[in-house]
Design a protein around this ligand. Structure first.
Ligand code: HEM
Length: 152
């Protein structure tokens, strides 16, 4: 297998991971908007949508794993030439921000929302407000990372 072909295969996997991750985030956002609408009036439907969102999150994890492993592969195959370039350093920082934001703001507020559905409406409304901002930030980060990767 020659290097060019390996690079192309890794890039296909990289873009597949990206599609899976960004697509899942978009699907989660649409589901979340519906949950926010139903939160105080139709708790049973809101609860089942939260369950669906948890299942969809699995795809996000698979996409992230694919993106990171193929990215590492691309880096190795190109002998790390990008490591010293500013676009790549900014890109990696943004990837880190994307992951940290997901695990901190995203996961934490999804748990709060789930727990507050029967108990604490105020906590639920605060979690909804934070999650709205969270999805906007994630979409902005994805978009910036893609622009950086293409224009280098
Ligand atoms: C959300 C995360 C990421 C997104 C959205 C993303 C997006 C992209 C896109 C769209 C390209 C294609 C650029 C082109 O060929 O025109 C690319 C290339 C690349 N990515 Fe990523 N990437 C992400 C994460 C990573 C990570 C974590 C690494 C390294 C560990 C990485 C390493 C690379 C490398 C080295 C290339 C250049 C390949 C080449 O041009 O030969 N990426 N990325």
């Amino acid at each position: 297998m020659n290097t060019l072909f390996s690079l192309q295969v890794l890039l296909i996997l990289h873009l597949t991971g990206l599609t899976l991750m960004a697509g899942t985030t978009a699907a989660e956002y649409v589901t979340f908007k519906e949950i926010a609408k139903l939160f105080s009036t139709e708790k049973e439907r809101a609860r089942s949508l939260i369950g669906l969102m948890k299942k969809v999150s699995l795809l996000l994890g698979i996409g992230a794993a694919l993106l990171i492993t193929s990215g590492a592969g691309l880096l190795l195959l190109t002998n790390g030439v990008f490591v010293h370039q500013a676009w790549f350093q900014i890109k990696l920082s943004l990837v880190l921000a994307l992951i940290l934001n997901g695990f901190t703001v995203g996961t934490r507020n999804e748990i709060k929302l789930r727990k507050s559905i029967d108990a604490d409406a105020v906590q639920g409304i605060t979690a909804i407000r934070k999650l709205k901002r969270f999805y906007l930030v994630q979409c902005g980060l994805f978009f910036t990372i893609i622009i950086l990767s293409v224009f280098k």
